[in-house]
Design a protein around this ligand. Structure first.
Ligand code: F6R
Length: 236
C-alpha cells in the first residue's frame, strides 16, 4: 500500500486526478471505476480542467460506477447516474453509452447484479478503481457485515450511512434505504485501487481500515490485500 497524507483537499484532488489521468494517457481504451459522494468532486473538477486545456481525451474511455440507490432513475437529481453526468460526463468528451452505473430501478435486481459483474469481466476488468470511504468503513455500499460479499448485490444501508447522506436530500426521510453496489470481487480485481478521504471525520476510519485488522466489520480493510493500492488522506 502507498499511503499519502496531504494538507488539504485541493492537494488530494490533484494527486488523485493525476493517477487517473496517467491511466487515460497510457492505456488504449482504459476502464475507469468511478465513485460518487462529496470526496471525488475535486478530482472530477481537475480532470475536467485538464480536458478543457486539451491535456486529456476521454473518447476512448469506458467507465463503471460503484453503486446506485434503489428506486431512483437517472433523471432524478439524487441518483448517482445524474451525479456522474452533472459532475463529470456532461463536461468531457466521453461516449455516454460507455458510461455504466448499476440500475436501481431494474425489475430483477439479482439479474442486474449478475449482468453488471459480467459486463465488467467483458470489459477486461477495471484499470483503476476510485473509492471514497464511509465513516463506518464502507466502500461502494458494502456495509460492515459478518462476511465480505463478492458479487454486485442489493444492500440495506446502515443508519450511519443514511444519516451521513441526508445532507444531499431535503430530509433524512427521503434518503433511500437500499442500494445496489459493486461487490468486493470486482473492486479487488481492479488492477489499481485509489482511495481518497478528507477531513478529521475520516481520520479514525482510515486508521482502522489501513492500519488495523482485516475484517468485514471494516469493509475497506480488505484493500490491505490489494497489490496496487494508493490511499490519499487529506487532513483538512
Ligand atoms: C459513492 C460510494 C460511497 C462513498 C462514501 C463516502 O459512490 O460508493 O462509498 O464513497 O459514502 O462518501 P463521501 O465522499 O460523500 O464522504
Amino acid at each position: 500500500m502507498k499511503y499519502i497524507e496531504v494538507e488539504n483537499y485541493a492537494e488530494m484532488s490533484k494527486k488523485g486526478a493525476a493517477l487517473i489521468a496517467a491511466e487515460i494517457v497510457s492505456k488504449e481504451g482504459p476502464v475507469l471505476g468511478l465513485a460518487t459522494g462529496s470526496t471525488p468532486v475535486g478530482i472530477y473538477k481537475q480532470l475536467i480542467e485538464w480536458f478543457n486545456e486539451g491535456k486529456l481525451d476521454f473518447s476512448g474511455v469506458t467507465s463503471v460506477n460503484l453503486d446506485e440507490y434503489l428506486g431512483l432513475d437517472g433523471t432524478n437529481p439524487q441518483s448517482y447516474r445524474y451525479f456522474m453526468n452533472d459532475n463529470l460526463f456532461d463536461h468531457i468528451n466521453i461516449d455516454k453509452s460507455r458510461t455504466y452505473v448499476p440500475s436501481g430501478i431494474a425489475a430483477d435486481l439479482a439479474a442486474e447484479g449478475e449482468a453488471y459483474d459480467k459486463l465488467i469481466k467483458s470489459l477486461g476488468g477495471i484499470d483503476i478503481q476510485l473509492l471514497g470511504i464511509g465513516e463506518d468503513g464502507h466502500i461502494g455500499f458494502n456495509e460492515p457485515d459478518e462476511c465480505f460479499t463478492g458479487a454486485t448485490h442489493v444492500v440495506d444501508l446502515d443508519e450511519s450511512t443514511i444519516e451521513a447522506n441526508a445532507r444531499f436530500f431535503d430530509s433524512i426521510d427521503d434518503v433511500p434505504r437500499k442500494a445496489i453496489t459493486m461487490g468486493m470481487a470486482s473492486i479487488m480485481q481492479a488492477k489499481k485501487v485509489l482511495l481518497v478521504a478528507n477531513g478529521p471525520k475520516k481520520y479514525d476510519i482510515i486508521q482502522k481500515a489501513f492500519f488495523g485488522p482485516i475484517t468485514p466489520k471494516v469493509p475497506a480493510s480488505i484493500l490491505q490485500l490489494h497489490g496496487d493500492l494508493t490511499v490519499i488522506y487529506s487532513k483538512n
